[in-house]
Design a protein around this ligand. Structure first.
Ligand SMILES: Nc1ncnc2c1ncn2[C@@H]1O[C@H](COP(=O)(O)OP(=O)(O)OP(=O)(O)O)[C@@H](O)[C@H]1O
Ligand SMILES: [Mg+2]
Length: 501
């Protein structure tokens, strides 16, 4: 056991905001160091100081016992430190092979050796069990597959230190399991790793040592075998008794009706009704068509046939602004590319869906708007320096809260949520669930895509399970089990084609 990399009493501020105070972390050969903390606690900032992106204001970075400067990412990589960042860093217009080998293109006498590049990329994909062509454009892959390409790239660097910032956030359990097997192998080979995740059950599976951060301060160092309950208490400073606090109240009239929705190659004859006061979960495997159906209902994409109606009024296809005016709010799967304007402020991002409705006589009521934005930010406990901070500078989980907050601000009565708690910490998850309750208590309705089975079962009233683009059945969430959902999710025959209720 040898400390390969150490952050020694580091502190870091951005302008007046002190984000990390006097934190020390040891990254040890053959061990996995877990960084645990709420959204905005400072986990990503810490690892960026290990990977040459940020530089500590005080304290030092120590590699192999010597204090070093890591002025650039390249300098860190030259020391054998590879990082998989929380947000994807791939070039969508380039192939899988080009992305994996980016900056390390093999050449022969000044010419790029494509065959050796493709072979090396293929070997990297094989290692994590990803079966896609190395010639595919990265932009055409699903989020999960892009994440796996990113992981393959880091692995192919033969790093001595591998840093993984929420690598499993967008992966299925099976894909995460595959990643953990690769991590086990790297451990045996003496690689030192840093691992961040909001899935607490993954900690005893892959972790060895846990550093718990709260508000930029190291509050505890404990073994990875520490119980989930204790870990939660250390990170949020309180106990969380009810993980899924769903209020199941009165179910009212149909507010959203979807009939015979089809789009070639994506979904076929999908129908369901969503009632006032109801949360309908959309479950299924990755690629089952859940996101596509949600996007079609939201007006984000067109469809070939079928109809979407809100309170009896048919919505035209592919018209987001009309959907919004009917009270629909859509939280997409990919917050960074689809949900946010990164350079704009928190205030502006929260206000995008509301600016029209708060204008009086053609004038935008900026003061009222700001007050309402402040209110929502407080409700969601969005951690930021001020409402004027660019969204780009918020932590990942806090960016997610901004996308959800926009629709709360707009008083949307029908929320379409796609993986709403991805990358969100355990405490903030409960806050998002309380907002879902507030929407349904007020007579609104929620359609929620989620790959987290406990969440779908815990927070829905009914669960529609999709497989291969078809609705396979609807389960009552009060009695549904994970097995029952999975059984429908993997079914390939006998879909229930639009069963009237
Ligand atoms: N470039 C920056 N400018 C200003 N503030 C920043 C910058 N980068 C990070 N911060 C702030 O530092 C704090 C810590 O952010 P960080 O991304 O490290 O959190 P995190 O623990 O990784 O959270 P999450 O679980 O949501 O990913 C946040 O309050 C964030 O707004
Ligand atoms: Mg982070």
């Amino acid at each position: 056991m040898r400390t390969v990399l150490r952050l020694d009493h580091v502190s870091k501020s951005f302008g007046p905001v002190n984000v990390i105070h006097d934190v020390s972390v040891d990254v040890i050969s053959g061990r996995v160091r877990v960084l645990l903390g709420e959204n905005g606690a400072g986990k990503s900032t810490l690892i960026k100081m290990m990977s040459g992106i940020y530089h500590p204001d005080s304290g030092s970075v120590i590699v192999d016992g010597k204090s070093v400067e890591l002025p650039t990412v390249k300098a860190a990589e030259a020391k054998g430190i590879a990082t998989i960042h929380q947000e994807l860093n791939l070039v969508p217009q380039m192939s899988v092979a080009e992305n994996i080998m980016l900056g390390r293109t093999p050449s022969h006498g000044g010419l790029v050796s494509w065959s050796s590049m493709r072979a090396q990329a293929r070997a990297a994909l094989e290692r994590i069990g990803l079966d896609v062509s190395v010639d595919r454009l990265v932009g055409s892959l699903s989020t999960a597959h892009q994440q796996l390409v990113e992981i393959a790239r880091a692995l192919s660097m033969d790093a001595r230190v591998l840093i993984l910032d929420e690598p499993t956030a967008a992966l299925t359990r099976k894909e995460s399991g595959q990643l953990f097997e690769v991590m086990d192998e790297l451990k045996t080979n003496g690689v030192a790793m840093v691992f961040i995740s909001h899935h607490l059950d993954e900690i005893p599976r892959v972790g060895d040592d846990v550093s718990v951060l709260r508000d930029g301060t190291l509050v505890a160092e404990v073994p990875a075998s520490t119980s989930e309950r204790e870990l939660v208490t250390m990170m949020v400073g309180r106990d969380i008794d009810d993980q899924f606090p769903r209020h199941r109240g009165e179910i009212g009239d149909v507010v959203l009706s979807v009939k015979g929705l089809s789009r070639e190659g994506a979904f076929h004859n999908v129908g369901f009704q969503l009632h006032a006061g109801e949360v309908l979960g959309l479950a299924g495997l990755v690629g089952a068509g859940r996101t596509e159906v949600l996007r079609a209902v939201a007006g984000a994409d067109k469809y070939d046939s079928g109809a979407v109606s809100v309170r009896g009024k048919e919505l035209p296809k592919g018209k987001i602004s009309l959907a919004i005016s009917q009270g629909i709010g859509h939280v997409p799967e990919e917050r960074k590319s689809q949900g946010l304007v990164l350079g704009a402020s928190v205030n502006e991002n929260l206000g995008y869906a509301t600016v029209k409705s708060t204008s009086r006589a053609g004038l935008v009521d900026r003061i009222g708007q700001r007050r309402r934005a402040e209110n929502v930010a407080e409700k969601l406990k969005i951690r930021m320096a001020s409402l004027d901070q660019p969204v780009r500078n918020l932590s990942g989980g806090n960016q997610q809260k901004v996308v959800i907050g926009r629709w709360i601000l707009a008083d949307s009565s029908i929320l379409l949520l796609d993986e709403p708690t991805r990358g969100v910490d355990v405490g903030a998850k409960v806050e998002i669930y309380q907002l879902i309750n507030a929407v349904t208590d007020a007579g609104g309705a929620v359609l929620m895509v989620s790959s987290e089975l406990p969440e779908v079962i815990g927070m829905s009233d009914r669960i529609l399970v999709m497989s291969h683009g078809r609705a396979m059945g609807i389960l009552d969430a009060k009695t549904a089990t994970e097995d029952a959902v999975m059984e429908l999710a993997v079914a390939s025959v006998d879909p229930v084609d639009e069963k009237p209720e």
